[in-house]
Write a protein that binds this ligand. Structure first.
Ligand code: NAP
Length: 272
């Protein structure tokens, strides 16, 4: 790192567990870009904006709890981020802050590695930020999203906002479709022995995806594999959303296979 190095950052709280610094620093090096990506724990959006100015940060990722609140402080926001209601990417250009959402492209690209979305029905467990990105992306590609959520009020509100079907979690046994996607944090390390769904319902789906990326194969995906489903790990979504960030920040084509290896090596062996 030298005085010419550009700085990119992750803004959120907590940020310690994030693999984004490992992913982006390896990618900058691979692309011979003189830049460094740092994780900054910030309690408020105002803290994040202050750091962007103070450190002359060129762009960043936004995570919990600021994804849904940072939008109103930016100079511009993409249509997709506006519709989803969450910003996970900020790019700085001519002192203007532009917000985007790459979670939806990440999710869609991960699905499209295995299936064609158009015309298929996707049952989405959860009604938070990741679920909103999933609904938006699936709809964009011509698929049919249905939401299932624990808290009925939240699920109904999201279904009304994004104009799609909603079922309470108690109806889960009655619902089928082409693909089931977990967007809840249930099963995430260190609670990796948990699954968000009863294993008996998994055979109602041909494909099963988890947005959780640590562990690579969650209990939900192990159960799905045992039920004969094809599975898609959240690592693929994580890599693709990061790849889209690289494209936004640098204008370069991201080295997706290289990025995938960086994340898998880190998760499997703790190295990069
Ligand atoms: P969020 O906004 O907090 O939403 C979480 C959702 O999960 C809510 O609908 C909540 O239901 C539901 N939920 C939580 N605990 C539950 C439980 N014990 N049983 C049933 N439902 C439960 O979170 P988010 O931002 O969408 O993130 C969700 C997950 O996605 C996280 O694990 C995050 O790391 C992951 N993610 C991955 C990527 C990637 O690139 N792979 C990108 C973004 C997010 P209620 O409404 O009932 O509370």
């Amino acid at each position: 790192m030298n005085s010419d190095s550009k700085i990119y950052a992750l803004f959120g709280n907590p940020v310690r567990q994030s693999l984004s610094p490992v992913l982006h620093n390896a990618t900058f090096q691979h692309l011979s870009i003189n830049a460094r990506y740092v994780a900054l724990r910030v309690d408020t959006v105002q803290d994040a904006l202050e750091q962007i100015k103070r450190l002359n940060i060129q762009g960043g990722s936004v995570t919990i709890p600021h994804k849904t609140t940072i939008g109103e402080y930016l100079d511009e926001i993409s249509d997709s981020a506006l519709r989803i209601g969450a910003v996970n990417t900020v790019a700085v250009s001519n002192h203007r802050l532009k917000g985007a959402n790459t979670d939806w492209t990440g999710l869609v690209s991960a699905l499209e590695e295995l299936l064609i979305i158009k015309g298929k029905t996707f049952v989405i467990l959860g009604a938070g930020g990741a679920a909103r990105a999933a609904v938006y992306g699936i709809r964009e590609r011509g698929g049919i999203p249905l939401i299932v959520n624990r808290t009925i009020q939240r699920g109904e509100k999201m279904a009304a906002d994004l104009n799609c079907g909603f079922y309470p979690i108690s109806d889960m046994k009655k619902i089928g479709g082409d693909c089931l996607i977990n967007t809840t944090p249930v099963g995430m390390f260190p609670s990796h022995e948990k699954s968000p769904a009863d294993k008996n319902i998994l055979r109602n789906f041909r494909w099963v995806m988890d947005v959780i990326y640590n562990p690579i194969k969650t209990k939900f995906l192990c159960d799905a594999q045992a039920a004969g489903c094809s599975t898609i790990s959240g690592t693929s979504m994580f890599v693709h959303q990061g790849a889209e960030q690289i494209r936004i920040w640098t204008g370069l084509t991201p080295p997706v296979d290289f990025m995938k290896n960086v994340v898998l090596e880190k998760l499997r062996y703790g190295r990069n």
